[in-house]
Write a protein of this length. Structure first.
Length: 251
C-alpha cells in the first residue's frame, strides 16, 4: 500500500526453518484472514492498476510473492483467473486451502510462457539479490503475453521517505530507484511504461487516511516536485512517496 498503511505481501528471503517466525512477525499466521480484502482495498488496488487496465485487458494474473493473499482476494472479486507464487510453504498451503492456484517460488518456471496479461509483485523486488535481479525480471517477462504488463511496487530508494520500509525488514537486500530500475529493465528486455509514486489511501480506508492524503500528502507532492526541480531536473526520480510503482512491458 502507500506509506500510510503497508500490508506487505513480501516474497521474503528467510532462513530455512524460520518461515513460521517470519509469517507471525508479518501477521500472516491466521489462515482465516487469508485473502481478506480490507476496507478501502478495492479502491486502492483499482487506483494503482488504472493505467495497467488501460494498457491491456486483464484476464489472467500472476502474483509473485502473495504473502497474506490480499491481492489474490481482490483478483477473485474481479473475476480474474489468478495464480500466485510464494517462498513461504505455509502460505502456499493456506492459499490452496482457500481455493487458489498457488505454487512455491521455485516452481515459477513450471508455468507456461506467454500466459499472463498481468504479473504483479507487491513489495517483492527489494527481496531479490541484486546479482539475480535481471534474471528474475527475464523470468517474469517470459510469462507475459506480448501485450501484457509487469507491475512492481517497492520502497523508494531515491527518497529518505523510503528508508523506513527498505530498512525495516531484514530480508530486504536491494534498494531500487529510478535510475537502477532503468538499467534492470533494459537488461531484461523490458520497457518502462510508467514510473511514479505509489498512490495514497483516502477516506475509503479511514478518516485519518483521508485527512492525511489531503494535508500531509498534498504537501509532500508539492515539496517533492520542488526538490526534484532543484536537485534532479534531468532524472525521473520520485521524491514525494515512500513507495514507488513501476509498470513495464515486453520490448
Amino acid at each position: 500500500m502507500s506509506h500510510e498503511r503497508r500490508a506487505d505481501r513480501d516474497q521474503a528471503t528467510v532462513r530455512p526453518g524460520a518461515e513460521s517466525v517470519y509469517s507471525a512477525w508479518k501477521g500472516w499466521d491466521e489462515p482465516e484472514a487469508f485473502a481478506a480484502v480490507g476496507r478501502g482495498d478495492d479502491a486502492y488496488f483499482r487506483s494503482e492498476l488504472r493505467e495497467v487496465c488501460r494498457l491491456t485487458e486483464v484476464r489472467d494474473v500472476l502474483e509473485v510473492g502473495f504473502g497474506n493473499g490480499e491481492f489474490l482476494g481482490y483478483c477473485r472479486r474481479q473475476d480474474w483467473a489468478v495464480t500466485g507464487t510464494e517462498i513461504l510453504p505455509e502460505l502456499v498451503t493456506t492459499a490452496r486451502g482457500a481455493g487458489f492456484t498457488a505454487l512455491g517460488a521455485d516452481e515459477l518456471d513450471t508455468l507456461p510462457d506467454a500466459s499472463f496479461d498481468l504479473i504483479a509483485g507487491w513489495d517483492v523486488f527489494e527481496h531479490i539479490d541484486p546479482a539475480q535481479s535481471v534474471e528474475f525480471l527475464r523470468g517474469l517477462r517470459a510469462k507475459l503475453r506480448p501485450h501484457g504488463a509487469l507491475f512492481l511496487r517497492f520502497p523508494n530508494a531515491d527518497s529518505w521517505l523510503g528508508n523506513a520500509f527498505q530498512n525495516g525488514d531484514p530480508t530486504h537486500v536491494n534498494a531500487i530507484g529510478a535510475h537502477k530500475m532503468t538499467y534492470y529493465a533494459h537488461e531484461a528486455g523490458l520497457r518502462i511504461v510508467l514510473f511514479r509514486g505509489a498512490r495514497r489511501r483516502g477516506f475509503q480506508t479511514s478518516l485519518i487516511h483521508g485527512v492525511h492524503r489531503m494535508t500531509a500528502g498534498a504537501y509532500a507532492e508539492v515539496a517533492g516536485t520542488l526538490r526534484r526541480a532543484v536537485y534532479f531536473p534531468a532524472l525521473k526520480v520520485v521524491l514525494s512517496t515512500s513507495d514507488v510503482v513501476c509498470v513495464l512491458s515486453p520490448e
